[in-house]
Design a protein around this ligand. Structure first.
Ligand SMILES: Nc1ncnc2c1ncn2[C@@H]1O[C@H](COP(=O)(O)OP(=O)(O)OP(=O)(O)O)[C@@H](O)[C@H]1O
Length: 299
């Protein structure tokens, strides 16, 4: 039976079966990936959405959770912001939310999306304190019928606040992808995010540099608007992987306003960069999984 879901139940804090449900659910998610940044506006949601779409284009089952409670925009970037969230009654009598999906007219394996954006009005600001944010994120993980996924991608607000702490405490992340732009200020903040992920012992940490350069629409030359090579240098300094550079793409804004990820919008330099980055990420995660399974066998 399906009914239209009312709103999140953010009351009642403390230890609860929700934590257990999150533990159980994540057993069905092969790779859990956090996408974060130290600084706002660097294109973190653009990266999360395009990684999700690139992986789904390759046939993987992808779930995308927008954990940016205060400024959710992933649903809009995936063209599902007006979707109704239905709920289904479970065997134990609880209701679980069914994540809206989009397969972009059959071009990709449907991406399942869940966001606070579905549950609050479009122009409604969410003014919540830490414990409520924590509870909401846990519900978006544990009270949603995510099912089997190859990749669960979680997009966070900028910085290192309650959202990321909640997820790290409840989900065994396989990877943290940290997005930066090449400027010094962004790199400083990115360094902080990398170090937080190291402290949290996330097994694989990688940097993506977004808005690396602009390709002149007239002469085709690369213009380094914000400097060059900072993301790679930072990754080397911190001893983490560098997954690649994404250029500024004049079609990116157009695509995001149209609710279509850039990787599905056209064969542009940014689209190619995202596809390559997704391939590298899959390869790296499979290598690491293989290594850890080998290690388990020998123990
Ligand atoms: N490579 C790119 N080329 C052109 N525009 C881009 C690119 N990446 C992101 N943008 C644009 O920059 C703006 C900010 O991107 P986005 O919302 O992804 O950033 P964010 O880091 O998630 O922001 P916030 O800090 O608000 O969460 C958007 O309008 C997006 O379309």
């Amino acid at each position: 039976m399906t009914i239209k879901t009312p709103t999140l139940n953010v009351g009642g804090l403390g230890a609860d079966p929700l934590t257990e449900r999150i533990k159980e659910k994540q057993k069905k998610w092969k790779y859990k990936i956090a996408v974060l940044s130290g600084k706002g506006g660097v294109g973190k949601s653009t990266v999360a959405v395009n990684l999700a779409a690139a992986l789904a284009k390759k046939g993987y089952h992808v779930g995308l959770l927008d954990a940016d409670i205060h400024g959710p925009n992933v649903a809009k970037m995936l063209g599902v912001e007006k979707a109704d969230v239905l709920a289904e009654r479970m065997e134990d009598g609880r209701f679980e939310m069914l994540p809206p999906m989009n397969d972009f007219l059959g071009q990709i394996t449907p991406i399942k999306v869940m966001s606070m954006g579905f549950l609050v009005g479009e122009d409604q600001p969410v003014i919540w304190r830490g414990p409520l944010v924590t509870k909401a994120i846990k519900q978006l993980l544990g009270d949603v019928k995510w099912g089997e996924l190859d990749f669960m991608i979680i997009d966070f607000p900028p910085g290192t606040g309650d959202e990321i702490l909640t997820v790290v405490q409840n989900v065994q992340l396989d990877a943290a992808v940290i997005v930066t732009t090449p400027q010094e200020v962004a790199l400083l903040d990115t360094g902080k995010a990398v170090n937080m992920m190291k402290k949290m012992e996330v097994p694989y940490i990688a940097v993506i540099e977004n808005m690396s350069y602009l390709i002149c629409p007239h002469c085709g030359n690369e213009i380094d608007l914000f400097g060059k090579g900072g993301g790679k240098k930072l990754a080397e300094k911190e001893g983490v992987d560098f997954l690649g550079e994404v250029p500024i793409d004049l079609k990116a804004r157009e695509a995001s306003d149209a609710g279509i990820p850039i990787v599905l919008y056209g064969d542009t330099p940014a689209a190619k960069a995202f596809m390559e980055i997704a391939e590298k990420l899959v390869k790296k995660l499979e290598e690491l999984k293989g290594e850890s399974e080998e290690q388990e066998k020998t123990e």
